[in-house]
Each structure stands twice: as structure tokens, then as C-alpha cells.
Design a protein around this ligand. Structure first.
Ligand SMILES: [Zn+2]
Length: 333
């Protein structure tokens, strides 16, 4: 069975001095420890996350892909690289640099590694320009954050970006980042466990309940990471609210669950019951294998969950493991 992993991250070997061109205090860079095997993503002078060599070394990535039986892996920025909080022209130059480094990473084996670009989303014109440039330079599509500060995905500016990508056939992976916290979720990785799935659900619901999907061309290829976060499990609650409260219906002409044919999700849900619910809600044609490699919160044996889900037929497994991604990213088999 072919396997395409649609959700994985890289972080290039950038120095503190290079990062300082974006922002000396807050831009991310990579500190590699003496062994060369492990390191830290740094934010200014503070450690942000411990990481290991597969994040920046494509040779190790390819070796691990062999171990997992992955035919093709799609690589995108680690969300801390987005730079949405900095001046747009600086982030535009940074994005171009990161996107070129992503292609360099994938050049280790361009038949097995493909990249998604990042864009300076805080400026619609620059974001559209970089998305188109990146697509022309070899990126399969773009990855964007699931929100832009206080603005959710239904923000007019973000909707314009989605329409641009629909018109130019640029597929989008929407990834949660900058999680909602008010200081109550500091411990035990709670921002990743509670707020991250909620961010994704918020993003999806903002597009549905605002009526944005009515204006965005149906040709848009949009995928949400982590199985769409809390969305699938709580969709019944949303439909009920739409039925029973006019303020939920006011901008959304169709039942919320009818919009599940407007986007995709990845399979990173870690539990057979959760994957079953997800494929029931979204359909097996809307779920794509995605691991979140090479992070500890990713699927540790990539593709095992899909392969070992007994209710999925072999053609469904093949669709989720590779076929849907071939269509979504317009990749020739
Ligand atoms: Zn991820």
C-alpha cells in the first residue's frame, strides 16, 4: 500500500544572527548540541522546544521514512516560524528565505520529499504574492496558521487569501498555533492538548457559521491538521445549536454538518474510535494520512492507525493513506 504523509515539519539550520534579521528578541532559530543529534528551537535567548536531527537533516528523515514505509512526505514549517507578529515586509523576506530552505531540504530526494510554503499572512497582498511565487518555484501548496491574532479564518482578509488560493489551485494546510490561553493552561502541555484542538475547531466553525464557505469557490483545497481538532466530536452540538438558536443560523444558510464536503482533515487522532468517528463524519474521501512527524505529539508508527482500523475496507485505507493526497495536492501517481 502506498503511503503519503501529508503533515510533517522541518526547521532549517538557522543561526541566531540570521533570525535577528526578522526579530532579535522573538524570532526562532536552531541551536544544535555538540553531538549533532539533538538541539533546541530557540526564541531569542530562550529555549522553546527540544528537537532531534530529523527536523533539519533530510538524510535522517529519508531513513526514518524507509523504516515507516512512507513513499512521500510533505514537509512544512514548524509553526513558530510563521512570523505573523512582525512587520509584514520583514516576514515576507523571511518567508521567502524559509521557503527556499524548505525546497533545499526536499532536494535531498525530490521524488520523496515535497514542501508546503509559509506566507506573510498579516499582509494579504504579500501573502498572495509569496503563495504564487512558492507554487511556481516547486512548493505543492501552502501552510497557514489557523488564525491571525484576534482574527479567525472568517476574517475578510483571510477569506481573500483563501479565494486567491482557490483561484490559483494552491492547496492549503491550516495548522493550529498560538493557542488560546489565559494563564490557566501552563502545565502538562495543556495548551497542546486542550487549546490546540479547540483552535482548529474554532477555525472550521468560523468558516461555516460566518457563511464564508458560501463565498469561497468550492474548488478550494483546504485541510485542517490533527483530524480537525475537536470539530468532528462536537458537530452534533453545533447542528443542534443551529436548529434551535437563530443567532447561530443568522449567517449560515445550511446545516453546519452539510459543509464537511468543503474541507479535508488529516488522520492524526491516535485512537481507532476517534478515527472511526472522523471517517463517519467526514467521509473516507476527506481524511488524509498525516503524522505531525518528527515531534513527540505525532503518530509514532506512521500509518499504523489507518492500517489497523478493521472497519475500513482496503480501498478506503488506500484512499486515506495516499489516494486522497494525490488528488488534494494534484500529484501524479
Ligand atoms: Zn503539526
Amino acid at each position: 500500500m502506498k503511503k503519503i504523509d501529508t503533515h510533517s515539519h522541518f526547521f532549517p539550520h538557522i543561526s541566531q544572527a540570521q533570525a535577528a534579521k526578522l526579530d532579535a528578541e522573538k524570532a526562532p532559530w536552531l541551536h544544535v548540541e555538540n553531538s549533532g543529534e539533538t538541539g533546541q528551537i530557540m526564541k531569542g535567548s530562550d529555549p522553546f522546544r527540544p528537537v532531534y536531527r530529523a527536523l533539519w537533516d533530510p538524510q535522517l528523515r529519508l531513513e526514518e521514512m524507509d523504516r515507516h514505509g512512507i513513499d512521500l512526505q510533505i514537509v512544512c514549517a514548524t509553526p513558530i516560524m510563521f512570523g505573523y507578529e512582525f512587520p509584514a515586509t520583514k516576514t515576507a523576506a523571511w518567508s521567502e528565505q524559509m521557503n527556499d530552505l524548505a525546497l533545499e531540504h526536499c532536494a535531498a530526494d525530490p521524488t520523496r520529499l515535497k514542501a508546503l510554503a509559509q506566507v506573510p499572512l498579516q499582509d494579504i497582498e504579500l501573502a498572495c504574492k509569496e503563495a504564487s511565487r512558492a507554487k511556481a518555484s516547486g512548493h505543492l501548496g501552502v501552510q497557514i496558521g489557523s488564525h491571525l491574532g484576534a482574527r479567525d479564518m472568517d476574517d475578510e482578509h483571510l477569506v481573500q487569501f483563501l479565494i486567491h488560493c482557490a483561484n490559483e489551485n494552491i492547496p492549503i494546510l491550516a495548522h493550529p498555533w498560538d493557542m488560546m490561553t489565559d494563564g490557566r493552561m501552563k502545565k502538562w502541555m495543556l495548551p497542546w492538548l486542550v487549546a490546540m484542538p479547540a483552535e482548529t475547531q474554532l477555525s472550521i466553525l468560523s468558516l461555516i457559521l460566518s457563511g464564508a464557505f458560501e463565498r469561497i469557490p468550492a474548488s478550494l483545497k483546504l485541510c485542517f491538521a490533527h483530524g480537525g481538532g475537536s470539530f468532528a466530536f462536537l458537530l452534533g452540538r453545533v447542528d443542534n445549536a443551529w436548529e434551535c438558536r437563530d443567532i447561530v443560523r443568522q449567517d449560515c444558510p445550511q446545516r453546519p454538518s452539510s459543509y464537511t464536503n468543503r474541507f479535508y482533515v488529516d488522520s492524526a487522532v491516535f485512537d481507532t474510535g476517534a478515527l472511526r468517528l472522523l471517517t463517519d463524519v467526514m467521509g473516507t474521501d476527506r481524511v488524509m494520512l498525516g503524522s505531525d512527524y518528527p515531534f513527540p505529539l505525532g503518530e509514532q508508527n506512521i500509518g499504523k492507525l489507518v492500517a489497523e482500523s478493521p472497519w475500513l475496507s482496503d480501498p478506503d485505507k488506500q484512499r486515506i493513506s495516499a489516494g486522497n493526497a494525490l488528488d488534494f495536492f494534484s500529484i501524479e501517481a
